[in-house]
Design a binder for this molecule. Structure first.
Ligand code: CP
Length: 324
């Protein structure tokens, strides 16, 4: 267990050692147990987290806000459109100034080609930890919650096969931050990681290379698959979700046309039967019901989506308690 994490940013799990990540899970399980038992755990009394959102949220906002309250502190919600950002406040002003008022700054900025750099620029100017609530490259707290859920449902993750797969959705060109973060974290824990997608839906290649190297070091494996059904075969964990083809086109019209070729990439009962009998179905939510996944699967016995959503609260509280 590591005890020197005060002041650390969480922008991607790749910048944390395996020991440090294990510490997060240890604390998250402890805080989950304390909450279940009604044991007070106000370790952040008098501390304030500023939460700056450039994009909508259900889970992230609510779980960070509830988490800060349960830790004895306060979280202030800031909608970027209500600030002076559009009138000249740069990332430097946000880091310098919000860092002086608060004990942590959490940011969601998912704009393609903008978000990750923006969060890093705020972090460079901030004297307090910066927490990435999702950018164009990473969604670290989602994936920490996913790993916690895998540990709860399956025990030791080493040797388990996870299928991180594209699925069709038509709501919008979703960020690729979830699949990137999944392949980066799951390969740190000795899992067999299968990345399944059509050719137009490549992930940023530098992270695919990092995932391969992580798998080599952890004695797991990493494979690329381009057939939707093949991705499910024999998997212990299936995580099919939509993302955008931003490396192929940044045009929304063209991306919608490309996606239309893959309307049959929907997770249904037949596909689930290709995975192991006790395979779990995971999704970060929101999902396009009956387009991306059938009601039968997402509401079925293999689905763990609500435990996954709950675990956002516990891992976020762990990281805030350790860093702020
Ligand atoms: N999974 C997730 O980040 O949900 P929200 O977009 O609702 O925060």
């Amino acid at each position: 267990m590591q005890t020197h994490l005060r002041g650390r940013d969480m922008i991607t799990t790749q910048e944390w050692t395996k020991d440090e990540l294990d510490t997060i899970f240890d604390v998250a399980f402890d805080l989950k147990r304390k909450r279940a038992l009604g044991i007070s755990h106000a370790t952040l009394r008098d501390k304030v987290l500023s939460m700056l959102f450039f994009f909508t949220s259900t889970r992230t906002r609510n779980s960070f806000e509830a988490g800060m309250a349960q830790l004895g502190g306060h979280a202030q919600f800031v909608d970027s459109t209500t600030t002076q950002i559009s009138h000249g406040d740069t990332a430097k002003e946000i880091g310098e100034i919000l860092g002086r008022y608060n004990d942590g700054i959490a940011i969601r900025q998912c704009d393609w080609g903008v978000g990750n750099q923006y969060i890093r620029d705020v972090a460079a100017a901030s004297r307090v930890p910066v927490l990435n609530m999702q950018c164009d490259h990473f969604h670290p707290f989602q994936i920490l919650a996913d790993m916690m859920t895998i540990m709860e449902k399956k025990g030791d993750p080493r040797g388990l096969t996870i299928n991180v797969s594209y699925a069709y959705a038509k709501s919008y060109q979703k960020p690729m931050s979830v699949p990137i973060s999944l392949i980066l974290l799951m390969t740190r824990f000795g899992m067999n990681v299968r990345l399944t997608h059509p050719p137009e839906f490549n992930l940023l290649p530098q992270y695919v290379e990092q995932a391969k190297e992580n798998a080599r070091k952890s004695r797991g494996s990493f494979e690329l698959v381009d057939d939707f059904d093949a991705g499910f075969k024999g998997a212990d964990i299936v995580y099919p979700k939509a993302w955008g083809c931003m490396l192929t086109t940044e045009s929304h019209e063209e991306s919608a046309k490309i996606s239309e070729q893959y309307t049959d990439w929907i997770t249904d009962e037949r596909r689930m039967a290709l995975a192991k009998e006790d395979a779990i179905y995971m999704h970060c939510l929101p999902a396009d019901r009956n387009i991306e996944v059938t009601d039968g699967v997402i509401d079925g016995p293999n689905s763990v989506v609500y435990d996954e959503a709950e675990n956002r609260l516990h891992v976020q509280k762990a990281v805030m308690a350790l860093t702020m």
